[in-house]
Design a protein around this ligand. Sequence first.
Ligand SMILES: Cc1cc2nc3c(=O)[nH]c(=O)nc-3n(C[C@H](O)[C@H](O)[C@H](O)COP(=O)(O)OP(=O)(O)OC[C@H]3O[C@@H](n4cnc5c(N)ncnc54)[C@H](O)[C@@H]3O)c2cc1C
Ligand code: SF4
Length: 574
Amino acid sequence: MPNATNVNINAKGKDENTFDAIVIGSGISGGWAAKELCEHGLKTLVLERGRNIVHNKDYPTATKHPWELQYRGNITREQLEANPKISKTYAFQEDVKHFFVEDKVHPYVEEKPFDWIRGYQVGGKSITWGRATQRWSKYEFINPAKFGYGIEWPIGYDDVAPWYSHVEKFIGICGNKDGIEAMPDGEFLPPFNMNCVESHLKESISKHYKDRYFVHARWAHLTEPKEIHLQQGRGKCQARNLCMRGCPYGGYFSSVSSTLPWATKTGNLTIRPDSVVHSIIYDPQKGKASGVRIIDANTKEVTEYFARIIFLNASALNTNLILLNSKSDRFPNGFGNDNGLLGKYVAFHNYRGSAGGLIEGFEDRYFKGRNPTDSILANYRNLRKQDTDYVGGFTTFGGGYRARNPEVQNACGGELKDAMAKPGPWHAYMYLQGETIPKEKNHVRLSDTEKDQWGIPLIVTHVEYDDNDEKMLKDFLTETADMLEKAGCKDIYTHDTKQAPGLDIHEMGGCRMGKDPKTSLLNKWNQFHNCKNVFVTDGACMTSTGNQSPSILYMTLTARAANHAVEELRKGNL
Ligand SMILES: Cc1cc2nc3c(=O)[nH]c(=O)nc-3n(C[C@H](O)[C@H](O)[C@H](O)COP(=O)(O)OP(=O)(O)OC[C@H]3O[C@@H](n4cnc5c(N)ncnc54)[C@H](O)[C@@H]3O)c2cc1C
Ligand code: SF4
């Protein structure tokens, strides 16, 4: 894969720094922009602020046993104290922490508590993501405007369905075709098997509720790789459940194992790591963007790159930051920001609820392997009509597992060995992923006073929960406890984590799509209404949050927009 050394930064003139397309960010969505544009023959420059990561070579812990890790996989007290923010995510452990940014290196200003979890490297958060990949239903596009908690999406399910298929076939999604309206089927590889408790939950929920479907969720894992996956150099998932370290088999999708190497093979890709994008350059004569200004992360040298089209894929809040920092005579308040809405209507997913309990009657059974996936209860709220005292829907993830034998705790010597040989009781668990309402007051903006080490203003986060989130949480906890009880669970607990927004790692909005330039920034092709050669296709473009895990929609919108961009270029419209 090309790296910074392939690009002679300052010694070259404008021609050498000119490409057909520039993509900002190399994570989940940026990788897709690069793949599509390069496949269509566009010389494409991917600018990435973090270090280079090469599939396999740069996964230092991928094959380590627990005893080969200095702290057996845990982080130390010093690391915890130095990183009170990032250490809140379950994924920040000894074996994976090198794929997350540390608090002090990349500060931001929290006007309201917001846990901003980031991964700055080639591949972005695609290396450490959870890999849940359900499609949005038509209701998620329609309902915000229909029930008055959002503006109208400029697109609907039928616009994205073929592009979902395009993405699913390439990255490989395992799942079952369940025919559920709230969670449409896609192009699936076989699912992992449910274990006995999960099958029991499925049976019990369908027996007691005619509109609730507990099924295998959809995950970006190659359970049965097809030719297209083998061509990417990826192989069958071995169910090791060590995915976030980077997978030596390429068993799950990440941009470093899939889209970026694919784009590299076209010969059209240049990746420049260690390139902190400062702003978009606007050309007033041409009335469009002409390029991107970067600061080298190490030398702090400023360089400008030029292209006919620009894709922003720096992840939702960083894309907002870049746009807010892109000021010109034409756009004094940030790029494309004629209506003053840039940075506003930031939303996220409500992840505060969890519930679980013990379940008896399966002591003679165990599970095979380390299934890296959960099951899912498709949204059953506010689908066709508003049937609760709040708006929006929620997805419930869930599963069953056998815990450690509690006798282990007080045993030692031979007794300890005997206790460890016996599995503990079965547990069932469920947790919430709820839609939130995009609101003008939930926003990000640039700090007037504080800057980062590259001289770029820090982002200020002002995002909080509302009464709707509290009501949804209450309903989730009541209903979930009820379902667990009906399934025969004992010692049922319900829990509100009270975590701050952001820890869901599904932040969205700030540069939303819409039909009307007065109320939105982007059109139905993710182009700025007022500057058509700039596309935003990461989470910043989201008009509302839906209740599905969002990243596959970002990939889908990116592929769709990139193909539109190529068509428009060919017609001479950009
Ligand atoms: C532990 C964890 C679990 C998750 N689970 C799921 C899940 O199950 N399902 C799901 O859908 N999503 C999940 N997510 C969220 C998912 O990772 C993100 O939605 C997704 O990665 C966003 O894609 P992106 O392309 O917008 O951003 P990223 O993948 O974060 O990539 C953005 C890239 O842009 C770079 N960048 C940022 N600023 C600049 C700049 N100024 N100049 C140059 N480059 C820049 C970054 O370094 C990064 O490489 C999870 C995330 C984590 C961390
Ligand atoms: S579970 Fe599959 S994708 Fe994850 S690390 Fe193991 S083999 Fe790789």
